[in-house]
Design a protein around this ligand. Structure first.
Ligand SMILES: [Zn+2]
Length: 224
C-alpha cells in the first residue's frame, strides 16, 4: 500500500478550492509494518521542481496532495512502492492506473512505471524496452526465495503469482508437489500463473524488501 498518502493530503472541492482533510482510518497491522519498512528507505535530496505532487482519482474527481517525504522516498526507491495509492476523496486505496497527475495528465501508473524502468537501467544495468514483457525477479528476491525453499528442504519450487480483484498481487512459494496446472513463466525463479491471467502478467518486477509484505516481497508494474 502507498500508505504515505494516508495522513498527508488535501481535498479539492467542487469549486476547485483545496481544503485540509483528515483521515481517521486505523492502519491495519499489515499497513503499519509496511509503513515502518518504508520509513527506513533513503530520500531523494534534490529539488522537487517539476515533480508532480497532486493526482486526481478518475472515478470520483477528488485531488490528493502527496506529502513531500513520500515523493522523495519513491524517487529513490520506485520499486519499493506498491501500485495501490490513496484517494483523499474516497478515503481508500485504488490502483495507480485509476489516477492521473493534475500537472501533466499522465497516468500515475505510467509515471511510476517510467521511474522504475529508469531505476532498473541505472542500478541493475538492465537493457529494458519501454514496455518490457514477462516477469523480472530481482537477484535479492530470488536469493531470499531460494533460502526459504532450502529451509523447507524443497529442491524444486515455484513462485505462484496471482492478480487479485483490486489489482494487487497474491504470492506463494510452492513446491514440486503442488499440482502445476497453470502456465509457468520463465524468470530467475519459475513463476506459475493462472492461464487466464497470463496476458496481464507482463512488465512485472518482484523485489526483495525486508520487513515488508508476504515473503518480504514487493511487486510492481513497469507499465500499464
Ligand atoms: Zn476517489
Amino acid at each position: 500500500m502507498f500508505q504515505w498518502y494516508r495522513s498527508w493530503h488535501r481535498l479539492r472541492q467542487g469549486d476547485g478550492s483545496v481544503v485540509e482533510a483528515t483521515v481517521e482510518r486505523e492502519a491495519a497491522d499489515d499497513d503499519r509494518r509496511k509503513a515502518e519498512a518504508a520509513s527506513t528507505l533513503p530520500r531523494y535530496e534534490g529539488t522537487l521542481e517539476g515533480v508532480p505532487h497532486v493526482h486526481t482519482h478518475k472515478s470520483c474527481g477528488s485531488a490528493t496532495l502527496i506529502d513531500e517525504s513520500a515523493i522523495r522516498t519513491y524517487l529513490t526507491s520506485p520499486l519499493r512502492v506498491e501500485d495501490q495509492i490513496y484517494c483523499a476523496g474516497c478515503r481508500d486505496h485504488f490502483h495507480a492506473g485509476e489516477f492521473t497527475w493534475d500537472a501533466t495528465s499522465e497516468s500515475v501508473l505510467a509515471y511510476l512505471g517510467r521511474l522504475r524502468r529508469e531505476h532498473l537501467r541505472r542500478v541493475y544495468h538492465l537493457r529494458l524496452a519501454d514496455k518490457p514483457a514477462g516477469v523480472i525477479v530481482l537477484p535479492a528476491a530470488a536469493k531470499a526465495l531460494k533460502l526459504r525453499a532450502k529451509a523447507l528442504k524443497w529442491t524444486k519450487y515455484y513462485l505462484s503469482l496471482k492478480i487479485l480483484l483490486d489489482g494487487t498481487f497474491a504470492v506463494e512459494l510452492v513446491d514440486i508437489r503442488h499440482r502445476v496446472t497453470e502456465t509457468v513463466v520463465d524468470a530467475a525463479v519459475p513463476i506459475i500463473v493462472e492461464r487466464d491471467q497470463l496476458s496481464r502478467m507482463q512488465g512485472i518486477v518482484v523485489d526483495h524488501f525486508p520487513g515488508y509484505g508476504d515473503y518480504d516481497l514487493v511487486i510492481t508494474r513497469l507499465h500499464g
